[in-house]
Each structure stands twice: as structure tokens, then as C-alpha cells.
Design a protein around this ligand. Structure first.
Ligand code: NAI
Length: 718
């Protein structure tokens, strides 16, 4: 066969296999790549002149990114997925048992199937470089490692370290990988190839062992990893913790634990179980939804935000941030981490100082967690400067405004800053509720005004909404999108309207949770029902987190814009009036200690419900139905009104901005799963009970009539 992805050269009996998938920026393992490997291994096995080999990547800063996920969507039965797993087993078994030793020379990301492949190699060398990370991210796609990873990894690094990687999918840096025995040796990238060739020769000559055990074992490891009793304790705890964390929504981590456990009984049985369970997991709706989200975010990474026509994207080297408060400092913090020069402005020096202090804290956390060195932290800190006037704003490319949520203040700073900005500079507002066009009304150049809505806490929340008005120039939108991506965010472009997209769909959901309290439901019962649905926090807890004052203010904006349909509940209105602020004020729907740690429900809050002390039982189903349908119906309205460009953007926005359960794919994929017909039927039933609040979006009614879906097929976003 002709080799397309693998290139072979043989020098002095040592083969160099360079993996360089044509037309792709990273190496992915597809069925045809597997066939190439198999043919190559057979060829090497037959060639008696070859004594050893190295496997290296031809891509800059990337080793193997994992399996080709496109192929997963072609499987239609568990048997097909299981067969793919068995093919992987056979291939890596062949690699492991090759007459000649194969040394893996790893630089850049070594993920999923790539990591499983190097585990079958005779020796692993990695570069001591920040780009070199090793991980098994399969659980994030609703599956688990199916090419022997659940079998080889525990034997290589021990049970606990293996479970930690398999169950979380987290990235392991090269140095940590060397400590755990996952790789045998660390080298500088410049000598990776040379050392790998040398090690292959040494193993071939018998002066170095094949796959030596590189673990360092302390007493705990000797018991917990290496004895049957210890392992059964670890496995039991892993099951318990997984169940607690996933609330039973994600079966793949449990299946992975079962496959790992089976391998300790009997090697053959371990592989059997891995294949069988992989087949099952690959076909769950959970895996389909998570894979579709993966494709959606991948597509967004390549999306300019303004369509396919050519557009000039300006590079952003220096930004000005207005307001050194909670959000302003957060934005400045992630900007300096990406090497952007930042001028941070606030009204007085004390607040500027506080903002700079917050940046320092964020960077220090990076040092503590070993993501950056102290020297890097100091370099990044030097990028941020503070000011109380607009000095230093004369050469910024972008201003991000994060002053008080007050139109008067926003207009004032708009006029002030525009007086000093260079003509090309963009002004972006981080407002959470004020329409951008209203803010731009004070601008002399509204075509250069855009919304960049970050979520809190800025460094953790992955989403950025870029909001465009009819006046925003395409170049401005494209530049805001590109810079958002540079900051590591997943960016969706939305049209300007009150609440934009994310907060708009959150509003009826939170209101409905409040209305359930109006009707006598218990605070914790409402929260629990939505945790059960799969949200990371319940809606009432979320209100406390966001701040009840803020919830109250945004409620008023929604009523003004959309009328009674989006009116807050009576309970929320009264609690806000009482002055409770939620967690930041240590008083809300829940009890908080001095450090803001949440306790049980604050029973005194029931005095604010219209029903007073009278409590009523509500079923989980009632809570979920009322809150979820309110949210997804609003999402459909947003699509209908052109606020979001596509169901894909709507799904990504809800999952990454609100925590809509990822395994349900987002509001639009959820509606597809339920079926438009049923969604409309249920909305109409609710609308009969709560007149006006649940009138189905016209788009849904139309889709129900025609039997249409938001996505044309089950896998890829339409
Ligand atoms: P904050 O109150 O922590 O910070 C606002 C800062 O702006 C204060 O330090 C204040 O001194 C400063 N400021 C006021 N007038 C100024 C002026 N004329 N020049 C310079 N600085 C001035 O408020 P936060 O939470 O950071 O919110 C800022 C903006 O971000 C608001 O528009 C808010 O709606 C939006 N936002 C807030 C989110 C949150 O979760 N807190 C989430 C997303 C957006």
C-alpha cells in the first residue's frame, strides 16, 4: 500500500517513522492510519536488517491528537464500535510484541489514542516543554480509552495515577509524566530525535531494558496500587466519588473503572471488557451529544464571526480597560497572560491598586499551580499599568469598558475615552444587560463599538458573547472575535437585544424557579430537581451567587423589554426589596458563614413568599418541566429573532455560559431529542395553566407541524 501519513527512513538498522497526516494541522488516528501502521509493522518485522525504530511526529508542537472523531459518528451499532476497539487492541499488541523495540519521541500534545499507542512502545521520551502534555480526554466525549488504555496505563503508572487520568481527562505535563513513570526520560526538544535514535540502538543492543518500570513507589503505593486489598479500596472509592460527582448522568467513567478492575483479575478479560464496554458507551446519546458539542466548539474556533467573505482582522497588542473592579481586573488578568499590554483605569488610585492586586493574585495562583514560573509571572505583571486619567490610551487597539452598570456612567466614559483614542481603536462594553446600541448612542464612531460580554469569574468561564449592533463594522466584529479566541474563550456572535442571548434565556428559567417558591415549593427542592437534570448548581443557589441586587436590576430590564412574560417572581421581588444580597452579603436564600461558605436553606426567607409558611410538595418533574421549558422556548425565540445565528451557537452559549447539561447537548439539541411536537404540546399544556408565559415560539409550532429538527442529523451540527 502507499503510505500517506507515515514516512519511513532506515539508517544503520534503525527505522525512523515520521507521522505526518497530510492536509491536517495535527495527527489523528483514523482507520486508514491504523492500516498504514499495521502494514508498516509487518514490513519492519520482515526486514531482518532493522533492529530498532523510533516514532516521531512531523507536526510542529503536536505529537498525536488522538482518534479521528469523525469516524465515531459512522458507527451505528455497539458492535461496530467494539470492533474498532478490538482493531486497536490488535494493532497495539502487535506494536508491543514487535521483534524490534519502538521508541516514542514525544513533543507536543500526546492525547487519547496517541497516548495509548506510546504505552505499547518499548521506551518513551518526552520533551521538557510547555507544549508537551499527555492526557486521555475520552471521558469528556462520553466514552473512555478503548485501545488498551484502561489496561496498560494502570500497569505503567499505578492504579491511582491511572484512574486520575482516565476519569478526569486532565492534562499531565511532561515533568509530572516523568515523575509518575508515564515517560522514561525528559529531553530538550533540540535533541529529542537524536536521543530517541540512540535509545532504540541501546535497547536493540541489549544494554537497556524494554519498557522499564519507571514508577517511584512510596508506602501508600505499595499498598493501594500493588495489593488486591488496596486496589479494591481504591476502586470502590473511585466508584463512589464518580457517582457523587456525575449524579449518575455519565456512565463512561464507571465503565472505565469496570474495565480497569477486570484487567486486574485477568489480562485477557480486561481487554474483553474494555472492548465490550467501549462499544456500549460509544453508542449512548450522552456520547453523541458530547461529541456534537466538541464539533461545535471546534467549528467556532475556525469561525471569523462575520461569515466567509474576506475581512481584515487587526492585531490587538495593547488594550485599555475601564473600571478596575471585579470584571475589569479579571479581563485585564487574562489579557496579560496572553502577552497583551494593558492600561487599567479607574476613578481613584485606591481602586486601581486593588485591581492590579487582583491581577497579581490571579497570576500567583498560576505559580502555585505550576502553570507558570515566578519569572514569567513577573514578566506578565509588567504588562499591566494603572491610571486614573486616560494616559497611555493614545495607542491602544481596543478598550474594554467594565464600569458600573449605569448608562449615564457608560456614556460619560465613552465620550472621555473617545477623545484620546487613535482612530482605529475599538470600544467594547462588557455590560451584562444594557443594549450596546444604547451605549453606542454616546459614541462619535458607533461603527467601532461592540459588546464583549465576559462571564464571571472571567479566568474560569469559557464563553464570550460578542454583541453586534446594525452599525458595528465587520472588521470590528472580526477583531473582537479573534481577540476573544486569543484570550482562550469560545466566542459566539449575537445580535444586540436586551440580555443578549445567555442572560435572556437564563431569565425565564430563574423566574420560574422563583415562581415555584411563590407556590410554596421548598428552596432546596427546586435546586435539587435541576441538579438532577444535570445543571452544576441549582437556580436559587445561582441567584445567591450572582447577587440578588443584580438579579433584581436585570429582572427590571427584562420586564421593560418583554413585558410580563419575563417578570420576576413575587418572592424574588420581595427578597431583593428586603436588601438581601446573596452570598456576597452573606444573606440570601441560603445561610452563609463569615467566609461566604454556603450552609443550609435560610428558613427565614420563606417569610417573603406570598404563601408565607404554607409549604407545598412539588414533584421533580414539575420543577424540571416548568424551568427547562421556559428556558428552551426562550432559546427558540432568540433563534427566531436572529439574536443567535444558529442552533449550534445557541447550544454552545447555554452549555458554556450557564452550564446547561453538556450531556444533553444544549437547548436546541435537547428539543431535537424530545421532538418539536412534544415540546409544543407540553408548552401548550403549561400555557393553559399559566396564561401567556409559555406561548410556544412560532418557530417551534412551525417545526412541530412539519416534523422538522434544528439539526439535520444526529451527529454533526447542521
Ligand atoms: P464593579 O463595581 O466591581 O466594578 C466597576 C468599577 O468601575 C469600579 O471599580 C468603579 O470604581 C469603576 N468605575 C466607575 N466609574 C468609573 C469611571 N468613570 N472611570 C473608571 N472607572 C470607573 O462591577 P463589575 O461587577 O466589575 O461590573 C462591571 C461591568 O461588568 C458592569 O457593566 C456589569 O454589568 C458587567 N458584568 C458583570 C458581571 C458580574 O458577574 N459581576 C458579569 C458580566 C458583566
Amino acid at each position: 500500500m502507499t503510505m500517506r501519513a507515515l514516512h519511513l527512513t532506515i539508517t544503520d538498522g534503525i527505522a525512523e517513522i515520521v507521522f505526518d497526516l497530510p492536509g491536517e494541522s495535527v495527527n489523528k488516528i483514523s482507520g486508514s492510519v491504523k492500516d498504514e501502521f499495521l502494514a508498516l509493522f509487518e514490513q519492519l518485522e520482515r526486514d531482518a536488517s532493522v533492529r530498532g525504530a523510533i516514532l516521531i511526529s512531523g507536526k510542529p508542537d503536536s505529537f498525536i491528537a488522538g482518534a479521528d472523531i469523525d469516524e465515531f459518528l459512522r458507527w451505528t451499532t455497539p458492535e461496530q464500535a467494539e470492533q474498532a476497539s478490538r482493531d486497536g487492541h490488535a494493532l497495539l499488541e502487535k506494536l508491543e510484541r514487535l521483534r524490534l523495540p519502538v521508541v516514542a519521541a514525544i513533543h507536543g500534545a500526546c492525547l487519547g489514542g496517541g497516548l495509548e499507542a506510546v504505552l505499547a512502545c518499548a521506551y518513551r521520551i518526552a520533551t521538557d516543554h510547555p507544549k508537551t502534555i499527555l492526557a486521555l480526554p475520552e471521558v469528556q466525549l462520553g466514552i473512555f480509552p478503548g485501545a488498551g488504555g484502561t489496561q496498560r496505563l494502570p500497569r505503567t503508572v499505578g492504579l491511582r495515577a491511572a484512574l486520575d487520568m482516565i476519569l478526569t481527562g486532565k492534562n499531565v505535563r511532561a515533568r509530572k509524566a516523568a515523575q509518575s513513570g508515564l515517560v522514561h526520560e525528559l529531553v530538550h526538544p533540540a535533541i529529542l530525535r537524536t536521543i530517541a535514535l540512540q535509545r532504540a540502538r541501546e535497547i536493540a543492543d541489549g544494554v537497556r531494558a524494554r519498557n522499564p518500570d519507571a514508577r517511584t513507589r512510596d508506602a501508600a503505593a505499595l499498598f493501594l496500587d500493588d495489593t488486591p486489598v488496596g486496589r479494591s479500596i481504591v476502586l470502590r472509592q473511585a466508584r463512589e466519588m464518580t457517582l457523587k460527582k456525575t449524579r449518575g448522568h455519565y456512565p463512561a467513567p464507571l465503565a472505565a473503572i469496570a474495565a480497569v478492575a477486570a484487567g486486574y483479575h485477568d489480562r485477557e478479560q480486561g481487554y474483553q471488557e474494555e472492548g465490550r464496554l467501549f462499544g456500549q458507551m460509544a453508542m449512548t446519546s450522552i456520547a453523541r451529544e458530547l461529541i456534537s458539542l466538541f464539533f461545535a466548539t471546534t467549528a467556532l474556533k475556525k469561525d471569523s464571526g462575520v461569515g466567509d467573505a474576506p475581512v481584515t482582522v487587526r492585531s490587538v497588542e495593547k488594550i485599555g480597560v475601564l473600571g478596575a473592579g471585579f470584571m475589569g481586573a479579571g479581563i485585564a488578568g487574562i489579557a496579560v497572560q496572553q502577552g497583551t499590554l494593558v492600561r487599567l483605569k479607574d476613578a481613584d488610585l485606591a481602586r486601581v491598586g486593588k485591581g492590579l492586586g487582583a491581577i497579581r493574585e490571579l497570576l500567583k495562583d498560576g505559580v502555585t499551580k505550576k502553570r507558570i514560573t515566578r519569572a514569567q509571572m513577573n514578566d506578565q505583571l509588567l504588562l499591566a499599568g494603572g491610571t486614573v486619567d486616560y494616559s497611555g490610551f493614545g495607542n491602544v487597539d481596543l478598550v474594554i469598558e467594565a464600569v458600573f452598570e449605569d448608562l449615564y456612567v457608560k456614556h460619560k466614559v465613552m465620550r472621555e475615552v473617545e477623545a484620546v483614542l487613535p482612530p482605529h481603536a475599538i470600544v467594547a462594553s462588557n455590560t451584562s444587560t444594557i443594549p450596546i446600541a444604547r451605549i453606542a448612542a454616546a459614541s462619535a464612531r458607533p461603527e467601532r463599538v461592540v459588546g464583549m460580554h465576559f462571564f464571571s469569574p472571567v479566568h474560569k468561564m469559557p464563553l464570550l458573547e460578542v454583541i453586534v449592533t446594525p452599525q458595528t463594522a465587520r472588521e470590528v466584529t472580526a477583531t473582537a472575535v479573534a481577540y476573544g479566541k486569543q484570550l482562550g474563550k469560545t466566542v459566539i456572535v449575537v445580535n444586540d437585544a436586551p440580555g443578549f442571548y445567555v442572560n435572556r434565556i437564563l431569565s425565564p428559567y430563574l423566574n420560574e424557579a422563583g415562581r415555584l417558591l411563590d407556590g410554596g415549593a421548598a428552596v432546596d427542592a427546586v435546586d435539587r430537581a435541576l441538579l438532577d437534570f444535570g445543571f452544576p448548581v441549582g437556580p436559587i443557589t445561582l441567584l445567591d451567587e450572582v447577587g440578588l441586587d443584580i438579579a433584581g436590576k436585570s429582572g427590571a430590564i427584562f420586564v421593560e423589554a418583554f413585558g410580563d412574560r419575563l417578570a420576576p417572581s413575587e418572592t424574588l421581588r420581595r427578597v431583593v426589596e428586603s436588601g438581601r444580597l446573596g452570598r456576597k452579603g452573606r444573606k440570601g436564600f441560603y445561610l452563609y458563614d463569615g467566609d461566604g461558605k454556603k450552609g443550609g436553606v435560610d428558613d427565614t426567607v420563606y417569610a417573603f413568599t406570598p404563601s408565607g409558611a404554607r409549604r407545598a410538595e412539588v414533584t421533580i418533574d414539575e420543577v424540571q418541566r416548568r424551568c427547562i421549558l421556559a428556558m428552551v422556548n426562550e432559546a427558540a425565540r432568540c433563534l427566531e429573532e436572529g439574536i443567535v445565528r444558529s442552533p449550534r451557537d445557541g447550544d454552545v452559549g447555554a452549555v458554556f455560559g450557564i452550564g446547561f447539561p453538556p450531556f444533553r447537548g444544549g437547548p436546541f439539541r435537547y428539543m431535537d431529542a424530545v421532538g418539536a411536537g412534544r415540546v409544543v404540546e407540553e408548552l401548550e399544556q403549561l400555557n393553559a395553566r399559566f396564561s401567556g408565559r409559555y406561548a410556544p415560539a412560532e418557530m417551534l409550532v412551525h417545526m412541530a407541524r412539519k416534523g422538522e429538527r434544528f439539526y439535520s442529523n444526529r451527529g454533526r451540527p447542521a
